[in-house]
Ligand binder design. Sequence first.
Ligand code: GTP
Ligand code: SPV
Ligand code: MN
Length: 591
Amino acid sequence: MTKNKKLLAWLDEMVELNAPDKVVWIDGSEEQIEELRATACKTGEMEKLNEEMLPGCYLHRTAINDVARVEGRTFICTTEREEAGATNNWMSPKETYEKLYKLYKGSMKGRTMYVIPYSMGIVGSEFAKNGIELTDSIYVVLNMCIMTRVGNDVLASIGDDGDFVKGMHSRADMNEEERYICQLPEDNTIMSVNSGYGGNVLLGKKCFALRIASVLARDEGWMAEHMLILGIEDPQGNVKYVTAAFPSACGKTNLAMLIPPEYYASKGYKVWCVGDDIAWLRIGEDGRLWAVNPENGFFGVAPGTSEKTNPNALAATRKGTIFTNVCHNLDNNTVWWEGLDKNPPEHAVDWKGNPWNGKTATEKGAHPNSRFTAPAVNCPCLSKEFNNPKGVPISAIIFGGRRAKTAPLVYQSRSWQHGVYMGSAMASETTAAASGAVGVVRRDPMAMLPFCGYNMGDYFAHWLEMGKKIPNPPKIFNVNWFRTDDEGHFIWPGYGDNMRVLMWILARCEDKIGAQETAIGWLPNPEDIEVEGLEGIDTETIRGLLSVDADLWKQDADGVEEFYKKIDSVGNRMPKELYEELAGLRERLGK
Ligand code: GTP
Ligand code: SPV
Ligand code: MN
């Protein structure tokens, strides 16, 4: 398979530790994948869905207590506590190895260990990085084969002495109390145990492409971010690209695949998806910031995905897709989730595996964090640059979150440094993507709170540093699709209509449109947000969506200060520039 000594030595050690009955190398061939699907169906790990309606699609249910990322059990394991910072759980590498090796010991007896060579990015390309995941879960193997580029060509690219990120995953006995997701950036190693769910076990995704990669990026002068990447093509065929960082389940997949409203579509505008979750950004030879999507598929939130909200995502799930924790429609052996349509099946099985009738049910059929794992090639609006190893040049970086009040529909930063402040001050209501309470506002800087592999103060410093290094940096914006009225309804229609805001952003990037200077940054003139074709929304509604309540913003500034102090409490590494930006904002808001 390989002569790579480091790889073979590590594999030997892990085989001895976990004691699997068998070791199988994943070669990336369709034959092997098909065999694994058949095995998973035989054991009940997956169910094959209707081959006519959903060809090559499967359903999987995780354990009921294992349905989301577990932030409380996710650790950054560095020699010094200061390296991990105040916003991460910390354990020393020594303690981590001791604790997890005990849990791994003999955990694969009677099972098979799969060895998955995978690449984040185009295999062998300059910006790609390789990993090996060891796992006892066929579900993980099949998901990794969709989400990343897997197989023998990756082994070839690692070569005899190439480097790779080590990823060890064992379901062990699925004991929730002993569940750990550990990142060891000093050893380029990830260890995950006692979970079988998405972000906890598909180690190429959050663990590698964000937590480990953010450390590599800091050291090597690039950025690993929780961002979608999309392109907007004008009627002349020019495409401009933007990235956007929204917290988990706050609309990245939806924005990345948006369908332009008729007003723009009829003029010939198109939107292309390059990525929906992770962006690796580097400074290009032309002095601009370039982004690649290191993934090869979409691990998207199912509920709320419909023909109306996101037809492109829905289309992407119609073949070769794995559904996790959705509702199983027994009448036609397909899947259903809340928000798919208004016809919940009456003869169904819910995400917990219990009989479910959509007519009488009081509980949800699909878990709020149920997901689809769909190959990127299925997406009708996939960018033709998707496989371009150089990526795409970025005109704007957009931050955003769920804020019922406070944040306006859109505003622009005063400078890169102020933009970094805006990202650092992001807050959003929590969602079902992580276990714990939903709907609580918390700070989530750059949507990276759960994913930054090092001290958040250093992370902000890295952003400031990048701003100095990029000769022609993207402009920075903040958006909020989630403002509510007094009854708690979203005011802005969102989804495809978010294009109207993107168009203002692009016009600003090209200096084609004016804006009003305010205490918080540059706000649109309300009449510059196109409302033609929108029902019940006029320029007055936009004026309301753009309003800034100085009192709320002063309160928010207090929250930011508290958060900065918390970050400073471990290592004192908050850049002074951000305290200055905070002081400047308070000054402009008026005392
Ligand atoms: P992760 O995969 O967890 O990182 O999430 P994501 O940021 O890709 O979130 P996604 O696009 O899957 O959206 C999550 C939820 O937000 C879904 O239930 C959507 O229906 C809802 N949503 C997305 N965009 C909008 C919008 O513009 N307005 C409103 N009101 N809801 C939205
Ligand atoms: C997120 O939670 O931000 C996701 C899903 O994209 S997971 O892969 O579970 O992290
Ligand atoms: Mn995500």
